[in-house]
Ligand binder design. Structure first.
Ligand code: HEM
Length: 507
């Protein structure tokens, strides 16, 4: 009896202790999960999350508004994908620069992977292959090597001016149309990447490249393809009715392979027969290896090179168009820059990229364009490779981390009167300009590897245009000054479009 009573008692005590332990454990867990809560953000709907609240246009402005309610770091959920928006310099620098060992991955984009775009390091996971591909581009576009391309950049900038003077309306960027600015910037990039000279308005390489970039843009825009939110449907074969995304992916993959392999083979053949126009990235790498790259390195090079075209064309074009826009809206800046150019370069010759160190006001204009109208207002998303914590908030592994570059560069504390175009705000100090560059060209280990090369192309266009033209708004049918109408697209790179009312006059 006693034995039974003792047993019941010990069972009772045992159960009580187990319940207490459970309660204690769940309190600790709750505290822990509360202290590691995900960042605040707008309330969403089941399944959809915040997808229906996502702005179709200028999302950087909506995110800036939301940051007033939810703080500098907030969370949204797009059909189950965790997205964290960083709205302050402090948060972006802390996570993406200082903790770059954690935040250098890219979010997984299923449609882009089906198209094979993740074979290029721009979208590749942080790891060995990404490092090897990136190294090829970083070496080639290192500041010391960039000097090899100054003459090319100067020559193409002169061509931009020449063409604008012939027909100012062809400055505009219309998607898929090779008009003046994209054509000349595309010519710089294809020449530097492959030693290829763009021939005509409808150059086949540029055309295929632009088509590829358009497809890339569609495939990487979140919300365009269900497979980005329901990953298992990627296993549905292309012949199943409704799986049209698979057919599209096959087609786009084929186009991407063409963009990767055709120019590479052309350059290789030219190098072997001594006809290659050197220097160029592809030819330089064959030359350094005595023409013997081996299959692995050749494949690596083939897929690294479209990253140069894809990373460099749209960004440089939109930056140049924003510059023209700023000059039309701020004629006093234009006149001041022209006076500086006259003083330093004189009127006997055209400016060259090598004049850059002597022209701090032109460098200030460039920095102000990057700030005022960043080409990538939401940059390219990063992803953490493990769970992390910031300010007591949980940043889940694999979430899409988007720095709101536009908002960071329009913060009135750092940049008083942020909507105005004021190159004087840098006082000619490169350290201040670098603060803008180091946001506009991305962060940490993913920072743009073509930055120094891009700056050469942009400088050449800015200096050559200002030295030879007055950039003025056009006139309407009544002969009245008509400021250009402009708007921005909302993909990774934004374009100023409908900016076609500039005319140049030779000074
Ligand atoms: C004004 C011109 C340019 C701007 C504003 C710009 C901006 C950027 C930005 C914001 C990123 C994302 C960085 C990040 O993830 O944090 C990036 C990445 C990249 N850019 Fe540029 N870029 C420009 C020109 C170029 C040029 C000329 C090239 C080629 C030579 C290039 C090649 C790339 C590549 C390959 C990446 C991906 C890097 C990686 O994921 O590791 N860009 N760029």
């Amino acid at each position: 009896m006693d034995f039974i009573a003792n047993r019941s008692l010990s069972l009772l005590y045992g159960s009580i202790s187990a319940v207490l332990a459970l309660v204690f454990f769940s309190i600790v867990q709750k505290r822990k999960s509360e202290s590691r809560r995900i960042p605040p953000g707008p309330r969403g709907l089941p399944l959809f999350g915040n997808a229906l609240q996502m702005p179709k246009e200028t999302p950087w402005l909506t995110f800036a508004e939301w940051s007033k309610i939810y703080g500098d770091v907030f969370y949204i959920n797009v059909f189950g994908t965790s997205v964290i928006i960083l709205n302050s310099m402090k948060a972006a620098k802390e996570l993406l620069d200082k903790r770059s060992a954690v935040y250098s991955d890219r979010p997984k984009l299923n449609m882009a992977s089906l198209c094979g775009y993740d074979r290029t390091f721009t979208l590749q996971s942080y790891g060995h292959e990404w490092r090897q591909q990136r190294k090829l581009v970083v070496q080639e576009f290192h500041p010391t090597h960039c000097q090899d391309y100054y003459a090319l950049q100067d020559e193409r900038a002169a061509a931009v001016v020449h063409k604008i003077l012939q027909d100012p309306s062809r400055l505009t960027y219309a998607k898929m149309q090779i008009v003046n600015c994209p054509r000349q910037i595309g010519a710089v990039i294809l020449r530097a990447a492959y030693g290829y000279t763009v021939q005509s308005e409808d150059d086949p390489w540029l055309k295929t490249g632009l088509e590829m970039m358009h497809e890339f843009d569609l495939a990487t825009t979140l919300g365009n393809f269900t497979v980005d939110f329901i990953p298992w449907i990627k296993y549905i074969p292309a012949w199943v009715p409704g799986a049209s995304f698979q057919k599209k992916a096959q087609q786009w993959r084929k186009n991407y392979d063409r963009v990767a392999w055709e120019p590479l083979t052309w350059t290789k053949n030219n190098w072997e027969s001594g006809r290659a126009v050197m220097p160029n990235m592809c030819g330089n790498i064959y030359e350094a290896a005595g023409g013997q790259l081996g299959q692995e390195v050749e494949t690596r090079l083939a897929y690294a090179l479209p990253g140069v075209l894809g990373g460099g064309l749209d960004t440089n074009v939109t930056t140049a168009l924003s510059f023209f826009m700023a000059m039309i809206l701020y004629p006093e800046v234009q006149m001041k820059a022209q006076a500086k150019l006259d003083r330093v370069v004189g009127k006997e010759r055209l400016p060259s990229v090598s004049d850059r160190p002597n022209l701090p006001y032109i460098r200030s204009i460039m920095a102000e364009v990057y700030r005022w109208a960043p080409a990538g207002p939401l940059s390219v998303p990063h992803a953490p490779n493990h769970d992390d914590e910031y300010d007591g908030m949980l940043i889940p592994k694999g979430s899409m981390i988007i720095p709101n570059v536009w908002h960071i560069l329009h913060n009135a504390n750092d940049y008083p009167d942020p909507m105005a175009f004021i190159p004087e705000r840098y006082n000619g100090r490169d350290a201040e300009m670098d603060k803008v560059r180091n946001v506009a060209f991305g962060f940490g280990r993913r920072i743009c590897p073509g930055m120094h090369f891009a700056e050469g192309t942009f400088f050449a266009i800015v200096a050559t245009t200002l030295a030879t033209c007055d950039i003025l708004p056009g006139l309407d049918e009544n002969g009245q000054v008509a400021l250009p109408k402009y708007a921005f697209t909302s993909s990774i790179v934004r374009f100023v479009f409908r900016c076609h009312l500039m005319h140049g006059t030779v000074v």
